[in-house]
Design a protein around this ligand. Sequence first.
Ligand code: GLA
Length: 386
Amino acid sequence: MTVLGRSVRAGFESRFHRPAAGLWSAPGRVNLIGEHTDYNDGFVFPFAIDRRTVVGLRPREDRSIRVASSFAEETVELDLAELSPQNLNGWSAYPMGVAWALGEFGADLTAVTGFDVYIDSDVPIGAGLSSSAAIESAVAVALNDTWDLGMDRRMLARVGQLAENRAVGAPTGIMDQSASLLGRVDAAVFLDCRSLQSEVVPLGFQASGLELLIIDTKVSHSHATGGYAARRESCESGASLLGAASLRDVSVADLTRAAEVLDDETFRRVRHVVTENQRVLDTVRTLREQGPTAIGAFLDASHASMRDDFEISVPELDLAVEASRDAGAIGSRMTGGGFGGAAIALTPHRLVPAVQSAVAVAFTSAGYAAPDMFVVHAAEGAMRED
Ligand code: GLA
């Protein structure tokens, strides 16, 4: 059993005074490319990382749900009949929101028993690595097994997204939960967010001597409020002004006309999404044909587009990208929703220490707090652990 697994078993017993019936886990994710494309029915290319959330769960005889975790003192309790988004708040809205969302997707919540669940995680919070999707996906697979629901992973991803949208209140797309549920070792998930068709594409980083370095700026971001929702609205209004159902239906060739129809800001928001969709397709094709050493330029172009057109970067992320590139990364970009969080730098293995120290020096000279830096590997998606 993993260290985290042991700590979940111990945490469960100390809170609930009985052993967990089983352990399930789900990973955080990093997005290689395809940012703010998911809610525009577009393409994304994320992978599950070797940082996980583990949950211990035991069904109860009655209809109570009790949730506890390593990151909060309190145990939160609710009756299954009381589950609804307005009764949920704080961290417990993630696990309880999933139980509620399973009901929205057809589970008969009047016919199931309650449960106790304990959660622990080594996915960093607030870094844009989907610590919340990791909780949702771990709880979703645990309840799918415990309640014998027989839902497939694609549906469980939609369950997690619904919990995030309605119970947590963040208007996010389907990428994070999909990566956490569908990820495979050494591979990324090429997902069409319109059809929800996905393909697992081998990354081959190790064979090419590459590492993916995370540079967590520790600048905080908030999706539920502000910027993320505003970008989503701009995309929807841009699509409707262009007579398209979504920006997925707008191509790079349509941008000339879009520039005539849209105001400058909306045009730049649209141009980011349209070109980003194309970059995802180009990245997947290039990876397959030429291997990962050939994809760096797409990562760089993605960052420039988010910085200049979508305007979701911050100076710390721009500096992380610039300093890592100057020190030898072959491509760098901010990853996730933006307004803070982490950058990724695709870096030759032997240059990782040099890139890390160059970024650290650049942050000190700029007067920024020291970032957290670590390498991640593409890992297996959600699973039963024990
Ligand atoms: C957050 C959201 C995702 C996606 C990204 C941006 O991570 O949760 O659904 O929109 O931002 O690509």
